[in-house]
Design a protein around this ligand. Sequence first.
Ligand code: CIZ
Length: 304
Amino acid sequence: MRMAETMQKRLEELKRQRHAVILVHNYQRGEVQDVADYLGDSLGLSQQAAKTDAETILFCGVHFMAETAAIICPDKTVLVPDRHAGCPMANMVTARELRKVKADHPNAVVVCYVNSSAEVKAESDICCTSANAVKVLESVPEDKEILFVPDRSLGEYAAKQTGRNVILWPGYWPTHHRILAEDIRRLRAKRPDAEVMVHPECTGDVIELADHVLSTSGMVRVSRESSSREFIVGTEVGLLHRLRKENPDKAFYAATPLSDCPNMKLNTVEKMVWSLEDMQYEVTVPEEVAAGARKAIERMLEFA
Ligand code: CIZ
């Protein structure tokens, strides 16, 4: 038996022993996606975490996603295969910094992108993901100021879509900012029939060139439903594995190979096996923080 098959078999055994479910984000390595029980974006995975009967959740993504699962499911054991898989954008705002800005805008509603720490969520009124940011902004009463943290690009995009006046935090995801307008123009010239889909975390000049501005779940849907045969994809390159697998008769071109997140790629099938063998690395959130964060996440889930 090949090594990869041995590992997959062992993972199946451990899953049964540990009553575990495997949640995998769309940006993970192809071989990790292939052993998922559920594959999706952070919103979809949060919903799966909320309804699973499993005792253990093995979360393959980055730290804030596993933290969200731990907040929603305090009675379950949430494990990550690699504890160093973090998110640079989530580190661009701390609860202390947010409290300071809130003090200057005491009536503002704080909308917090899920790509943030539990402490920051606990300081926020409502969370959102890239899939529902526009709906969440629309839900804020017109007479209220909105403070959006930490992703400036997503906040700017959602503000434009809703016409709302939004105070933006200067955070960003380096992986999406590596996609340049020039990349899109060059590929469009080469593939004139391709539809261009980009993520709302991209910079404004990239967004302006796109046919669709979508979360990863939106890209999965449009790729399936569209009659186009070719797509230029402006997001983290891990998603292309899923798009190609689900649409073998269509062609997908990464806007740039540089849009490759090193944190997302830290998880491997071997580390998943070790994680369930040793029941590590457990992600926990102190209840005094989790209680506030849970309210903001639960409000977001109403806009799923
Ligand atoms: O919300 C998520 O899961 C992220 C980080 C991207 C997306 O659009 O799925």
